[in-house]
Structure formats: structure tokens, C-alpha cells
Design a protein around this ligand. Structure first.
Ligand code: SF4
Length: 385
């Protein structure tokens, strides 16, 4: 009997798994795909707009909320499409209450993390304060992969290895989850940074499809310039991104401009030497007219020296760019230490005096492993093992 019981449970899980795998995620559907699905179902054309607005303007996330649709169509939506794309497993809030990290479980049992950072109005430029009625910036950091193949040595996501790409719908769902949450609190999401788990340019198609979908004026209409995509520096993808002329901001994790040092921190950079990368950056600026942001995690005694700062300044001379430096966030798998405030200031001053704009970024959410390079860590381990 016991044996049969186990078999029955296995079969049940197999059926559930098959159902999940064979059901499309609602957010994987573009407006055009949704329209053709509804045509297939024999629905009038205006239903497409009703569903699209329900999802992206009313933030509805279950078929039951679509009370403007006939019951039969709601049932068909329930049977044919998966709405429950991200299941919140847990949420951690930083001690200052300004950073929130959520662990989401995906339909195949894998997990990702997404981080919301709140900035007070006084931390936000004046023109944005007016635009957002003084609420301050609400920046969401989203993931594009489970794990990452790039293997950056100081990064918790890199240390866990690559598991799989996220679909465009799984990327969209992270944004809509927080858009809905903030909407319920009378606030709006103001910025999205694609800097969470994964290398977005390694999952190029799905990332661009997701951002285009969120940018769609007939749906969520999130401004293109409010997105920032961060890459470790995959040159062919940077060139492709430049040629496609999207308005999303581009950030590049640089961390070193000496090829040997950079390769020791970012193994993938062996494939793209620094001069080749910076040439692609110059071409990007020439084609798009847009400024590039360079990220530099300051590791004590490694890449925070005055020599490194002078070398960086010389490499970036004449390039339309901004450098963000941030003292390294700790992870279990890397022994490097964060630079001191004094060294960070000296580094910044060298760049500024050389005509390269530079900002020392605030470290956010370090106490809950929600800082740059820390995603995966505690919550992921607890659910996967
Ligand atoms: S820093 Fe980014 S690109 Fe590098 S391993 Fe981590 S997630 Fe991947």
C-alpha cells in the first residue's frame, strides 16, 4: 500500500509539472500574441485591450479580478494560461527599512531574488521630486537568469553557476509584482535596473522582449529611460544593442582596466580585452549619443589604488560616461575586503580632477544580502537544498 501511495504522489506531481510546463505564462504573451490567441478562441477584438489594460494598468494578477469579462472567458483564461508566475517565498527588509528583498519561487521550483530600494525625496534630483509628488525614487533591481554563467569572483550569483534563463514573462512578472504592491500603497515605481541575478545580455532576446513589453504605451508604459541594463561587457551584445537604438540606459561593470587584473575578477573578460570593450563603448556613444555608466566595485588594495584610478581616467578620456564606484559588498565565496571611505574618496577625487564624472554610490541592503553582487545567498540556499 505504501508503495502505491508513493506512486500516486509521483504521478500527481508529474501531472502538475506537465500542466505547468504545458501552460503559457500570461506575461510571456505580447499584445500581438494575446490578440491572436483571442481570435483563435473566437473572442471579439476588444477583449484583447480589456485583458491588456487589466494586466498592465489595473495590475490584476488573477483571472477572477477580470470582472469585466464573461465568466466563460475567465474560465478559459484560468485553464489555458498561468497567472501565478512568481510565488513569494519570503521577504526580508533591511534594518533602515529602505531595501526590500523578495525571494520568488518559479514554476519549476527554481528561485530568484528581486530587490526594491527606496530613496527619500532629498536623495532625488529636484525635477524628479516634482514628477513623483515628493515620494522619492523607487528603484527595482530585477533578475534575468537563475544563477549566472559569467563567474565574477566576488558575486554570489556567479558563485552558484548558471541554472537557466528566465522567460520574458518571468522578467515582466517581477516588475508587475512590485508595480502592484506600490500601487496599493499609493506609490509608483520610478526606475528599474537590470542588475539582479544573471547577465542580461546572455539572455538578450528575453530581456529585450520583457523591457519592450513593459515600455509599451498601450500597457504599463514604463519610460524607456527609466530602465538601466547592466552588462559585464559582452562586446558583440553591446554592438547589437547600439545598432537597435533602444532608449534604455546602459551600464557596464568595469572593475579594472588592466586586462590581467580584470580577467582575475571577471573571467569572461578574457574574451574581450579592455581596448576592444572601450572601442565598443565609444561606438555606442557615437551611434546613440547616450552616456554610458561604468560600475567599479572597490576592493581594498586590489583596484582602489591611485595607480588604478589614474589608469582608469586615462582610458576613459573623452568618452561620454559616468563612473559609479561602490565599496565591495561581502560574499561568502570571496575574501576581498571593501575599500575604506578614505580610499573611495581619493579614488573619486583622482577621476574628478581628470575630468571623469564620478559618484560614490551608497551601499544598500547589505545586512540582508541585497546589495550588488550579493543576490542568491541565504534565502536561495535555504530553498534549493
Ligand atoms: S556580477 Fe553579474 S555578470 Fe557577474 S556573475 Fe554576478 S550576476 Fe553574473
Amino acid at each position: 500500500m505504501r508503495c502505491h501511495g508513493f506512486r500516486a504522489v509521483h504521478i500527481l506531481f508529474a501531472v502538475i509539472k506537465f500542466h505547468q510546463m504545458s501552460t503559457s505564462l500570461i506575461f510571456d504573451l505580447s499584445l500581438a500574441k494575446l490578440a491572436s490567441l483571442l481570435v483563435e478562441w473566437g473572442e471579439p477584438a476588444y477583449r484583447t485591450r480589456q485583458i491588456w489594460h487589466g494586466l498592465y494598468r489595473n495590475f490584476w494578477n488573477t483571472p477572477e479580478e477580470f470582472t469585466n469579462l464573461p465568466g466563460a472567458l475567465r474560465l478559459k483564461l484560468t485553464e489555458s494560461l498561468e497567472f501565478n508566475i512568481l510565488v513569494r517565498s519570503s521577504t526580508l527588509q533591511s534594518s533602515d527599512g529602505e531595501t526590500v528583498k523578495t525571494l520568488f519561487q518559479l514554476n519549476d521550483g527554481k528561485a530568484i531574488e528581486t530587490v526594491l530600494m527606496k530613496y527619500d525625496p532629498f536623495e532625488v534630483p529636484q525635477h524628479e521630486q516634482i514628477e513623483y509628488s515628493g515620494q522619492g525614487r523607487r528603484t527595482l533591481c530585477i533578475s534575468t537568469q537563475v544563477g549566472c554563467a559569467m563567474g565574477c569572483v566576488f558575486c554570489a550569483t556567479g558563485q552558484m553557476g548558471f541554472k537557466r534563463h528566465l522567460s520574458s514573462g518571468e522578467i515582466v512578472a517581477q516588475v508587475m509584482y512590485y508595480a502592484r504592491m506600490l500601487h496599493d500603497q499609493g506609490e509608483v515605481l520610478t526606475n528599474v535596473v537590470v542588475m539582479g541575478m544573471g547577465e542580461p545580455f546572455h539572455n538578450y532576446e528575453n530581456t529585450m522582449t520583457a523591457l519592450d513589453q513593459l515600455n509599451d504605451p498601450s500597457g504599463y508604459n514604463f519610460g524607456a529611460r527609466r530602465f538601466t541594463i547592466s552588462t559585464v561587457g559582452l562586446v558583440p551584445a553591446i554592438r547589437r544593442f547600439a545598432s537597435e537604438k533602444r532608449q534604455f540606459n546602459l551600464a557596464i561593470s568595469l572593475h579594472a582596466v588592466d586586462d590581467a587584473l580584470r580577467a582575475s575578477i571577471l573571467p569572461v573578460s578574457k574574451n574581450y580585452l579592455i581596448d576592444e570593450l572601450l572601442e565598443a563603448c565609444r561606438d555606442y556613444v557615437a551611434v546613440t549619443g547616450r552616456r554610458i555608466t561604468f560600475e567599479w566595485a572597490l576592493v581594498y588594495g586590489l583596484n582602489d589604488t591611485s595607480e588604478q584610478a589614474h589608469l582608469l581616467a586615462s582610458k576613459l578620456k573623452g568618452l561620454l560616461c559616468h563612473v559609479n564606484v561602490i565599496p565591495l559588498n561581502p560574499t561568502d565565496g570571496y575574501s576581498g575586503k571593501a575599500s575604506t571611505r578614505l580610499r573611495a574618496n581619493e579614488f573619486k577625487n583622482i577621476l574628478t580632477r581628470s575630468g571623469v564624472p564620478c559618484t560614490i554610490r551608497l551601499r544598500r541592503g547589505v545586512d540582508i544580502q541585497a546589495g550588488c553582487g550579493q543576490l542568491e545567498s541565504i534565502l536561495y540556499k535555504s530553498i534549493q537544498k
